[in-house]
Design a protein around this ligand. Structure first.
Ligand code: CIZ
Length: 423
């Protein structure tokens, strides 16, 4: 995790890019707040659940302020609030927002950072909805977690609803029963990626299961296999598949679960043979990376070191030199010999920030088209200025509150993750 003291704003379109995936990226997020989709960027075409939170209107004055004016007002509000507020900025967030963050990191690092500031009354999470929920679960009872734009969801997290997960579980129990086998292993355990709703984390907590991040997915699967014959992995099929395959689980033992089909689309025998049942979710940013892009990068930059995120499809991970979480990518670049050329397969805001922070290397995004995370894009400095100035005025807007029973179950699943150790 880093502190962003020296960040400067970067232009939206880097010079090497060949265009953007969506002309709406030139619009301010409030112009799309009332539209039914996720907004411009990689997940624009995913289906947003009807119950997903929507942002109410942003007061007009914040829409009219220039970037410089917003910047000044955010700095002034933060100065007035002092230690009473902590601002968290995700790696995938735009630079005009990240420059105001007290901590920059991945979702779990940031949720943990919130616990290091028990004095802060308010935690302003410049990330997406599931991250703010995790911060609410881990932070103190009197702390309030604020998401500057409520419409900043996560299309991957939204691909696993609690209703569909409960339905899948009931079907699996009907197939497997609930009794441990002769080795003491239960038939199936639920494992969820951090990128899931608090309700799914709580489901895992209440059913003996666990949470994982992209940094510890292997350790967590080993933990689960020490207790269960098989796991069902929510919601990212790619992280689940890439991790399990690296552990030697054959692809035939990893059926995909389609919540719209009976038994997820498998038959009973396939489910009995399964080791990892993969929920059919995906990240729309990481799905864009291809083997062709990697081949082109190798042709144009001999010696290039290709690192992709494990949310990328399996053939992309196979074609890369390495795969790892945002934390892995950040550390690998920091530790490399000066003069290294990196082709990176993850979200564009992080890649461009790493390129700016490491002029000693050549760093580019494998996707030539600028297509940021459309839900991170929803957090604009206008919303940040608004929530901070409301705090100065003694009002909390956009608070994320996780219900007490969901908090308990999520906490349990997160605690199991923290206690899980590598074999
Ligand atoms: O956990 C996160 O913040 C994400 C989105 C991925 C990662 O690798 O850090």
């Amino acid at each position: 995790m880093t502190t962003p003291a020296t960040l400067t704003a970067l232009p939206l379109i880097p010079p090497a890019a060949s265009g953007t995936c969506d002309t709406d990226l030139a619009l301010d997020p409030w112009t799309i707040d009332t539209r039914p989709g996720y907004g411009p960027g990689a997940s624009a075409d995913d289906t947003i659940p009807a119950h997903a939170p929507r942002q109410g209107t942003l007061p007009e004055e914040y829409k009219r302020l220039s970037e410089a004016e917003l910047n000044e007002r955010i700095v002034a509000a933060k100065r007035t609030l002092g230690e009473r507020v902590v601002v968290l900025g995700h790696f995938y967030q735009r630079d005009e927002v990240v420059r105001h963050a007290d901590f920059v990191g991945d979702s779990f690092q940031l949720a943990s950072a919130a616990t290091q500031r028990p004095d802060a009354e308010a935690i302003v999470f410049c990330g997406v909805h599931f991250m703010a929920e995790t911060a609410d679960v881990l932070s103190g009872e009197d702390q309030r977690v604020i998401l500057p734009n409520l419409a900043a969801g996560c299309s991957m997290a939204d691909m696993a609803t609690i209703e569909d997960v409960e339905d899948a579980w009931a079907q699996l129990e009907a197939v497997y029963g609930t009794e441990p086998d002769a080795d003491g292993l239960v038939p199936v355990l639920p494992v969820t990626y951090m990128n899931s709703s608090a309700a799914i984390k709580a489901f895992c907590g209440h059913h003996g299961g666990i949470v994982c991040t992209s940094s510890n997915a292997r350790t967590v699967l080993e933990w689960a296999f020490a207790r269960a014959r098989r796991v069902i992995f929510f919601p990212d099929q790619h992280l689940g598949r890439n991790t399990a395959r690296a552990m030697g689980v054959p692809l035939e033992a990893m059926p995909l679960w389609n919540p719209r089909k009976r038994l997820g689309g498998s038959d009973e025998q396939q489910l009995h043979d399964a080791r990892v049942i993969l929920w059919q979710g995906f990240c729309s940013v990481h799905k864009r990376f291809t083997v062709d892009q990697i081949e082109q990068a190798r042709a144009e930059h001999p010696g290039v070191r290709i690192i992709v995120h494990p949310e990328c499809p399996m053939e992309v991970v196979d074609a890369a030199d390495e795969s790892g979480s945002t934390d892995y990518i950040t550390k690998a670049i920091a530790a490399a010999e000066p003069g290294t050329t990196f082709g990176i397969g993850t979200e564009i805001n992080l890649v461009r920030r790493l390129a700016a922070q490491h002029p000693e290397h050549t760093i580019f995004c494998l996707d030539p088209v600028v297509c940021p995370c459309s839900t991170m894009y929803r957090i604009h400095p206008g919303y940040l200025a608004w929530v901070l100035e409301r705090l100065v005025a003694g009002e909390t807007v956009n608070q994320i509150r996780v219900a007490p029973d969901v908090q308990d179950g999520s906490h349990l699943a997160l605690e199991r993750m923290l206690a899980a150790t590598p074999r």
